[in-house]
Ligand binder design. Structure first.
Ligand SMILES: Cc1cc2nc3c(=O)[nH]c(=O)nc-3n(C[C@H](O)[C@H](O)[C@H](O)COP(=O)(O)OP(=O)(O)OC[C@H]3O[C@@H](n4cnc5c(N)ncnc54)[C@H](O)[C@@H]3O)c2cc1C
Length: 385
């Protein structure tokens, strides 16, 4: 076990920083305020090989791991240019297709996702199910060789940017009649698939959608992996999502802390910079410690995942996501406090981050559901719900 990052990983961090610098935080803020996707940044990252760094080299990826992908997102977010869809397109969808797809599915999707020429969104959340995925009611029925999907999804990010959505549906077990989850690639132009943008109150370049699937007919090969093993396949994608959510949160926290420290060094309203007052300095030092701890757990989770330890990675990914969300919420809140009135101006753009980092406590899995997981699985306490 080494706590020193390899020269390759350090070089990757620097290369990502260089791309982020070309675009700059102004580019990200402008797109967020207009609710417009950062397509040029996405394409530049794809062209540089950063979007598919975790995907197999034989399908156009970089042949590295989730550690590298999370490092890319952390650095982007630390530069103020975090890309939410990196949680979804290369991390969930790319991983699931690479691990469980047929050769034809890999041939078609992985080079596209890696190059950034195509994006795949991910839809699991439903209006009446929320955190309770056992209550999903999007059903996929056999019709000869085809599948017919019916249901609704909510808060699905980036559907306007996506060629397809990986939909978590349920199929009936022929023997028991019980419904079990299954994964389907649904191209966004399929008849019967419609989307309605949600009016969100967060300032972000990505939009969220309500999806309607009304008798959506799909060919047999829309199913990813084994109909019977979908839960295992689903978690193979959800653990990477949690690690990437942690990366986005750690990066955003680093960005906010950087702004706060820079301001605290310069701003003097008495005889010394405000950073000389312990009331300003200590909370920032606390944020630094919490971000470092969260990042360490994120790196542990990614390392376990890349080593093929899905069980160990599951626990660590949940803990990392929890810790990173808490640390980033505190980082942004403390940055806002440090900048005083300036934080509320458009020039600094920090107040707008209050809501967007707060989303990390809710999505992709809420703080409370992680505490439930840890109480039950790590501590062996009875299930409480
Ligand atoms: C910006 C954003 C982007 C998103 N993008 C996507 C996407 O691309 N794809 C997708 O599928 N989903 C997406 N989501 C949805 C997200 O995953 C859900 O919001 C999240 O899983 C929580 O579900 P919910 O909002 O229905 O909350 P609910 O499940 O209704 O929960 C509400 C509150 O009750 C608490 N709660 C619920 N059950 C329990 C319990 N048993 N014990 C203790 N507390 C409990 C929760 O922690 C939460 O605080 C996105 C959400 C946001 C905000």
């Amino acid at each position: 076990m080494s706590f020193t990052e390899s020269a390759e990983r350090q070089a990757l961090r620097e290369s990502v920083r260089q791309v982020a610098r070309k675009f700059g935080v102004e580019y990200a803020v402008e797109h967020a305020r207009r609710g417009q996707p950062m397509t040029e940044l996405w394409q530049a990252l794809g062209a540089a090989g950063f979007l598919g760094v975790n995907l197999p080299a034989e399908y156009g990826g970089g042949g590295a791991g989730l550690y590298e992908l999370s490092l890319v997102l952390e650095e982007l977010a630390a530069a103020g240019c975090g890309l939410l869809l990196m949680l979804v397109s290369p991390a969930i969808c790319g991983t699931i297709i690479a691990r469980f797809g047929t050769d034809a599915q890999k041939q078609y999707w992985l080079p596209r996702l890696a190059s950034g020429s195509s994006i795949m969104a991910f839809g699991i959340t439903e209006p009446d199910a929320g955190s309770n995925s056992h209550k999903l009611t999007t059903v996929a029925a056999h019709d000869g060789d085809a599948w017919v999907l019916n249901g609704q999804k909510i808060y699905i990010s980036g559907v306007d940017e996506a060629e397809a959505v990986l939909i978590v549906g349920r199929t009936a077990d022929a023997r028991t009649g019980k419904l079990r989850p299954a994964l389907f690639v649904v191209p966004t132009d399929t008849p019967g698939f419609t989307r309605r943008p949600l009016e969100m109150d967060i300032v972000a370049p990505e939009k969220q959608y309500l999806l309607f699937l009304d008798d959506v007919r799909l060919p047999a090969d829309a199913l990813i992996g084994d109909e019977a093993a979908a839960l295992l396949q689903l978690f193979a994608g959800l653990n990477p999502e949690r690690i990437m959510a942690a990366a986005m949160a750690v990066g955003s926290g680093r960005y906010a802390l950087g702004k706060a420290v820079g301001y605290a060094r310069e701003r003097a309203v008495w005889d010394v910079p405000i950073g000389a007052h312990q009331g300003v300095a200590h909370p920032l030092a606390q944020v630094k410690i919490e971000l470092e701890l969260a990042r360490l757990m994120m790196q542990k989770a990614a390392t376990l995942y890349d080593a093929g330890d899905d069980m160990g990675a599951g626990e660590a990914a949940n803990m990392a996501k929890y810790a990173a969300a808490e640390a980033s919420v505190r980082a942004v809140d403390q940055a806002v406090q440090t900048l005083g009135g300036s934080s509320m101006t458009a020039e600094y753009g920090l107040a707008a981050m209050l809501a967007s980092v707060r989303a990390a406590r809710i999505a992709p899995v809420s703080r409370e559901m992680i505490l439930n997981f840890v109480a039950q699985h790590s501590l062996g306490l009875p299930k409480s719900y």
